[in-house]
Design a protein around this ligand. Structure first.
Ligand code: NAD
Length: 418
């Protein structure tokens, strides 16, 4: 049995940085620099509700490190978000951009709000007010937001419009994940989920797992989870279980992700889908399957359920879904775990393609975007795999060493001003 340990996203991120720093024999000063964000901006967002009342929401933007390029990271709307959690996620973004080898640093934003309780007009006012409060720290060469949990392409359109209205001219390159009609990239919405499955393909080759008819369970049927399920099904995998915040469904013969999505849009839940059996989120994680894709929240695979995980491979689509003890236990069990900072870097990679297209006033075809995404994901996986083989470590340690090492090299080369 494993001892339950209290983790926060930040304690985990700091422990990971410490491990990478030790393995890389990193200079103590650089280690200290990387342990803290460069800047954290906290704001109070005053919003007039549809009924005329005013409510106040807490928002934050954390900019971790930018030695390799402007800050980049999503904006998350979630009722229980904390400054520490956003700081941890901003740090992961720094490593992720370095692993993907794109010229960005890491940032993250968050607003404490249950977006399901606000109308679309209220969400628009909240988004615009939040952007106006942090606008001086944003910009195409400063900090470029993107979608994350409970924000989407529409939210990013409001970010772009607010930033542009305040500047006095349209600046599509100030944000990514926008709708295509206002400068968004083809393939951005699907990119994170598709990128996860590119990694699954690479990892499957290393563990001799045949993907045709391989069974896949996906926790979280939102943007990332749905597109991962769809991309897996396109490869011939059988998606046997999916779930959302209301619970899950299971069908050993395979689910059609597009039909489940339609059902969810009509009923508000994946549950009660024809031909499937309702299961709980706990049961989903413990489903008999070849590949488990956690694509919802952090801390889902813990010392409480790791013994019951039956998958041969875990591809971390969500950020931080596995606790450190569970991570160790999975490695000892011989489960191939593709870590979040590698598995889900497809989203920020196509965000980078979108930014490049905006800066050059070009619009690439979906074929070009997907081809370049596949190349980037394959290279990132191979770089991480090679380093973890050399270090005789798990893929997470290899990924952390690659990401932290590249950022540290950039800091060393730049030197410290003044
Ligand atoms: P989303 O809001 O589109 O979807 C989240 C899904 O998780 C929803 O279906 C929701 O019902 C479900 N969910 C919430 N609580 C749950 C629970 N307790 N059990 C099961 N399902 C639950 O968000 P998303 O953009 O798909 O993000 C999912 C994860 O992927 C997050 O960890 C996010 O940080 C990470 N991520 C997203 C992107 C991106 O491009 N969107 C990029 C990198 C990482």
């Amino acid at each position: 049995m494993f001892m339950a340990v209290e983790h926060t996203a930040l304690t985990v991120a700091l422990a990971q940085l410490k491990l990478a720093a030790q393995k890389l024999e990193l200079n103590q000063g650089i280690y200290k620099m990387l342990s803290q964000p460069k800047r954290s901006i906290m704001v109070s967002i005053n919003v007039r509700l549809d009924n005329g009342a005013i409510d106040v929401y807490n928002g934050v933007r954390v900019q971790h490190w930018d030695a390799r390029g402007p800050f980049k990271g999503g904006i998350r709307y979630y009722p229980k978000i904390t400054l520490d959690e956003v700081a941890a996620l901003s740090m992961l973004m720094t490593w992720k951009c370095a692993i993907a080898d794109i010229p960005y640093g890491g940032a993250k934003g968050g607003v404490c709000v249950d977006s399901k309780k606000l109308s679309k007009r209220e969400l628009e006012r909240l988004t615009r007010r939040y952007v106006s409060l942090i606008v001086e720290y944003l910009g195409p060469h400063r900090d470029i937001p993107a979608p994350d949990m409970y924000t989407d392409a529409q939210t990013m359109a409001w970010v772009m419009d607010t930033y542009s209205q305040l500047k006095g001219y349209m600046v599509p390159e100030c944000v990514t994940g926008k709708p295509v009609e206002v400068g968004g990239s083809e393939g951005r919405t699907e990119a994170t989920g598709r990128g996860v499955i590119h990694c699954v393909q690479q990892a499957a080759q290393r563990i001799d797992l045949r993907l045709k008819d391989a069974s896949v369970a996906v926790q979280g049927f939102g943007n990332v989870g749905y597109h991962a399920a769809q991309a897996a099904a396109e490869l011939g995998c059988k998606v046997v279980a999916v779930s959302d915040s209301t619970g899950g469904i299971y069908n050993p013969n395979g689910l059609n992700p597009a039909q489940v999505l339609k059902h969810k849009a009509e009923t508000g839940s994946v549950q009660a889908f024809k031909g499937s059996r309702d299961i709980t989120n706990e049961e989903l994680l413990e489903t008999s399957c070849d590949i488990l894709v956690p694509a919802a929240l952090e801390n889902q695979i813990t010392c409480n359920n790791v013994d019951k995980i039956k998958a041969r491979m875990v591809a971390e689509a969500a950020n931080g879904p596995t606790t450190p003890e569970a991570d160790k236990a999975l490695y000892e069990k011989g489960v191939c775990l593709v870590p979040d900072i590698l598995a889900n870097c497809g989203g920020v990679t196509v965000s980078y393609f979108e930014w490049v297209q905006n800066l050059t006033r070009e619009h690439w075809s979906i074929e070009k975007v997907n081809r370049k995404l596949g190349e980037k994901m394959t290279r990132a996986f191979n770089d991480v795999y090679a380093l973890s083989q050399k270090e005789e470590s798990d893929l997470r340690t290899g990924a952390l060493m690659l990401g932290v090492g590249r950022v540290a090299d950039a800091i060393k080369t730049l030197g410290l001003w003044p």
